[in-house]
Write a protein that binds this ligand. Structure first.
Ligand code: GUN
Length: 283
């Protein structure tokens, strides 16, 4: 029997409706959640992501402002803008879109964002809090994956989850969040020998590699839940995930489509993190 393709649109739409209602309630109490996005340079993919984030804010009733800066903007100017946004009471979340031009240090930029406004959960203090299980934001993509699994009704506790990828944005925090949900977690990466031996043991397989269609049916245990975080642009212009969807479809029990599931859920968690930051500021 082919896998059930997870209906990202339906899950995301229902979740955004819940968020919008909470935003409305908070706004009526005098605090409209606000997000500032900083985009430096003209990276075409980043421009699309930033546009989508701003549109999602608008639809949810969240105030948003996008600061589009020229690629030649100095690091000092970016840090100065972040300082102003840190002091701006209208803004509860600040997101600096990656990648930044080479002359700007991602580390300096991330550390300049006020911890309580770091809706990406990239600041070392928030990463540390995530690690020890303290309250606070969780990074948008991995938190979105957990939310998808929960909304579909996938049991995580006691399951073997295998994460492919160890980036700071996805793979590492993904493994921590799965651990927090009481999964047994294995992390595979580019230096893992005999990767299929590990991935074939996965009840839940999360692919976050950035290589189109790398995960084939031989990597997947029959009945596994397969979550595809990859968004890769093919030479044909089409988007493909890290998972070879057609090859894996009749092996998995559930599979996420690309595009249309993890991507929109990532933005939804950004809305949630902004809402939560505004709630904490209102307390
Ligand atoms: N670039 C790609 N993904 C992300 C993300 O989640 N946050 C930011 N700030 N930049 C990104």
């Amino acid at each position: 029997m082919p896998a059930q393709v997870i209906n990202g649109k339906e899950i995301v739409s229902a979740y955004r409706t819940e968020i919008k209602q909470e935003v409305e309630r908070l706004t009526q109490q005098g605090v409209q959640p606000g997000l500032a996005v900083i985009l430096v340079g003209e990276d075409p993919a980043s421009q699309v992501y930033v546009r989508n984030k701003a549109r999602a804010c608008e639809e949810a009733g969240i105030y948003s402002e996008v600061h589009r800066l020229a690629a030649a903007t100095s690091e000092a100017e970016v840090l100065d803008l972040i300082g102003q946004l840190n002091d701006n009471a209208r803004i509860h979340g600040i997101l600096v879109q990656s990648p930044l031009p080479a002359h700007i240090s991602e580390e300096q930029v991330v550390e300049a964002i006020a911890v309580e406004k770091d809706v990406d959960c990239f600041h070392p203090v928030n990463v540390g809090n995530l690690m020890i299980g303290k309250d606070g934001p969780a990074p948008c993509t991995p938190a979105g994956v957990i939310e998808i699994l929960k909304k579909v009704g996938v049991e995580i506790a006691g399951k073997h989850a295998v994460v492919i990828g160890r980036s700071n944005i996805v793979g590492k925090p993904m493994s921590i969040l799965l651990l927090r949900e009481n999964a047994t977690v294995t992390v595979c990466h580019s230096k893992t020998a005999n990767m299929a031996e590990f991935t074939r043991q996965a009840d839940i397989l999360v692919a976050a590699v950035g290589k189109p269609k790398m995960i084939k049916r031989e990597h997947v245990k029959p009945g596994a839940v397969v979550v595809d975080v990859g968004i890769n642009r093919l030479d044909t212009g089409k988007l493909a995930g890290d998972v070879d969807f057609d090859d894996v479809l009749d092996v998995a029990s559930y599979i996420t489509p690309v595009p249309g599931c993890v991507g929109p859920m990532t933005i939804t968690i950004l809305l949630r993190n902004t809402l939560e930051a505004a709630k904490r500021a209102a307390q």
